[in-house]
Ligand binder design. Structure first.
Ligand code: FES
Length: 161
């Protein structure tokens, strides 16, 4: 491990994920999930470390990190708001809801509001189609979402601790 990565705050979590899964076939996904869970994101500087440990190219590891929506390469805000953009939610106006969320937060998808409170992410079906349009706030599903309901949620999420 190069000296600059050997002392990074995320190094122990990455090393532990590698130790836990490296010997398994298909180790990359479980390693990335564990790092995401422990660090909150997959640091770009960890990509070469993971690639070397698994005998993969950096491009292969980077490709997987960027392909899956579950992984992020930078820290999220204190809360994560996901707007469902799949078919059933599309049919009842999730685009309008997404535009409202972007406008209220002042961000595009994958962005974090300037106060660091909320990261906006897309999601593709929350299994809550009967109650479309659907949102997820920190892992909790919210059905029959409206701009007004969203405003109430955002006010709570952005309230100072
Ligand atoms: S399509 Fe949005 S919850 Fe299923």
């Amino acid at each position: 491990m190069p000296p600059e990565t050997a002392t990074a705050p995320w190094t122990p979590a990455v090393q532990r994920a590698l130790d836990d899964h490296k010997a398994r076939p298909g180790a990359l996904l479980p390693i990335l999930h564990e790092i995401q869970q422990r660090v909150g994101h997959v640091p770009p500087e960890a990509v070469p470390v993971i690639a070397e440990a698994l005998n993969l190219s950096r491009a292969e590891v980077h490709g997987v990190v960027t392909f899956y929506h579950d992984f992020r390469d930078h820290p999220a805000g204190r809360h994560v708001l996901k707007v469902c953009l799949a078919e059933s939610c599309q049919a009842v106006g999730c685009d309008h809801l997404l535009a409202h969320a972007k406008q209220r937060l002042g961000v595009e998808l994958h962005g974090t509001s300037a106060d660091g409170a909320v990261t906006l992410e897309p999601v593709y079906c929350l299994g809550n189609c009967a109650l479309s349009p659907a949102l997820m706030v920190d892992g909790d599903v919210v059905g029959r979402a409206t701009p007004e309901k969203l405003d109430g949620l955002l006010a709570e999420l952005r309230r100072p601790a």
